[in-house]
Design a protein around this ligand. Structure first.
Ligand code: GLN
Length: 449
């Protein structure tokens, strides 16, 4: 598929034939179930949109039955920004219901398949966006990342996925999962495309009270793969990953050294604390956010009969099993008897995680870690929800600390599936993050050719 950078040079006519080509290709690959709907707004470069980002006039459902029939009455800020940059929201992509999950199996539209092996999950929750880009069914896509949902499906499908610093990209118009963790970000074919799309969607937005009021400028015009950085590796932390991931990690450390970067060893706290702090915080916030889906507002109107403006779904019919589980967990950790024991403690752990990262970033520019402990799982492999939660060990601390991070495909495992690793930077250090990522991508390309 043509890259985003190349697409920037296309004429109106060429863009419209690109869209026709894409539609045909999406129809020919419909068994992947990457897209829920193919739609188009405007005459710009087509960008696939995760089904939790508001686009005026589209049915936007966060992969949930409870939102079926709801039509978005406004554009998310990121959509306004895409349109202003001559890009077209082009189809909504499949996702785990309300972005809760790591496999894209919990969508009310059925699961999405990994384009590289149909027996495997594409990762989640932005699995539709990742599969679309990996299968050549999208030039680029937007996803959202609360605890890894951009970076992990990117790694599972062999593409680039980037989560910006918390507050860098407006959340206005993003279907909320956990508001203190959610960020929208680019999912692309390469690092440069991710930088281009990041530049378009980032920036202060008065409509989002958590938006960072700062202007650090654009990154894609200043990309520099020749910078020499100090990069921390975390050998102890990597030990829980599979052999394939550990091998790739070792290879990448060599590649980074060859590119002239300085490598230093650091340690990070046991990720079991990240899991506890994350699943308490995320479910507590989700419970609060999902309270608005009460079965009375949003969607599912019986049309044409105002008197019987009935709604078809009760909450227990409208929400799937995973969402219900999280609502219950969230209510439990917020209940008066347990609030101090769980929620307050989780916030303390969150502060410790932030402090630990701050300390490392006093000394280094980037940290290299795995994205997931394994490559893409076979369907059904994570049927126990707790096992699925544990698979998030490497991504969630980044959200708890609000840091920017990028997942880059670096190797192929013995089973033929891609291995992705991530670089993590200090808050608002996106330029350094993209420079390091481009340096690594360039170095790995050189090794292959
Ligand atoms: N897998 C994690 C969860 O289920 C992260 C999901 C996400 O980033 N949206 O909460």
């Amino acid at each position: 598929m043509i890259t985003l950078k190349e697409a920037l040079k296309l004429s109106k006519e060429e863009l419209s034939s690109l869209k026709e080509e894409l539609k045909a290709k999406i129809a020919a690959n419909s068994e992947l179930n990457a897209y829920i709907d193919v739609l188009n707004v405007g005459e710009g470069i087509p960008i696939a949109i995760k089904d939790n980002i508001q686009v005026t006039g589209w049915s936007v459902t966060s992969g949930s039955n409870i939102l079926k029939g709801y039509i978005a009455p406004y554009n998310a800020t990121v959509i306004e920004k895409l349109l202003a940059a001559n890009m077209s929201p082009f189809g909504r992509t499949n996702m785990d219901e309300f972005a809760m999950g790591s496999t894209t199996e919990s969508s009310c539209y059925g699961k999405t398949f990994n384009p590289l092996n149909h027996n495997c999950v594409p990762g989640g929750s932005s699995g539709g966006s990742a599969a679309a880009v990996a299968a050549g069914l999208a030039v680029a896509a937007l996803g959202s990342d609360t605890g890894g949902s951009i970076r992990q499906p990117a790694a599972f499908c062999g593409i680039v996925g980037m989560k910006p610093t918390y507050g860098r990209v407006s959340r206005y118009g993003l279907g909320a999962y956990a508001s203190s963790l959610d960020q929208i970000g680019p999912m692309t074919q390469n690092v440069e495309d991710a930088a281009i799309l990041y530049d378009i969607i980032q920036g202060y937005d008065p409509k989002d009270s958590t938006s960072a009021d700062r202007n650090d400028g654009t990154v894609s015009d200043k990309l520099d793969s020749n910078v020499k950085l100090k990069i921390a590796i975390v050998p102890e932390y990597v030990k829980d990953a599979s052999e394939d991931i550990r091998n790739a990690y070792a290879k990448v450390v060599e590649a980074l050294k060859n590119a002239g970067h300085t490598i230093v060893e650091k340690s990070l706290m046991d990720p079991k604390y990240d899991i506890s702090a994350y699943y308490i915080t995320a479910t507590a916030e989700a419970t609060t956010n999902l309270a608005r889906y009460d079965g009375i507002r949003y969607g599912n109107r019986v049309e044409g009969d105002n008197l019987k403006d009935t709604f078809l779904q009760t909450r227990s019919q409208g929400f799937g099993a995973e969402v219900q589980r999280r609502i219950m967990l969230g209510n439990f950790v917020l209940s008066s008897g347990y609030y101090d024991a769980y929620y307050v403690k989780a916030q303390k752990v969150r502060s410790l995680i932030q402090e630990e990262y701050n300390k490392i970033f006093e000394e280094v520019d980037l940290i290299l870690t795995p994205v997931a402990p394994r490559t893409a799982y076979e369907f059904g492999a994570l049927s126990d929800p707790l096992e699925m939660y544990l698979s998030d060990i490497y991504t969630i601390s980044v959200n708890l600390a609000g840091l920017p991070a990028i997942s880059i495909p670096v190797d192929t495992a013995t089973n033929g599936m891609p291995v992705g690793l991530q670089l993590i930077a200090a808050p608002y250090a996106e330029q350094i993050l993209f420079n390091g990522a481009l340096s690594l991508e360039t170095q790995l390309k050189g090794q292959l050719s």
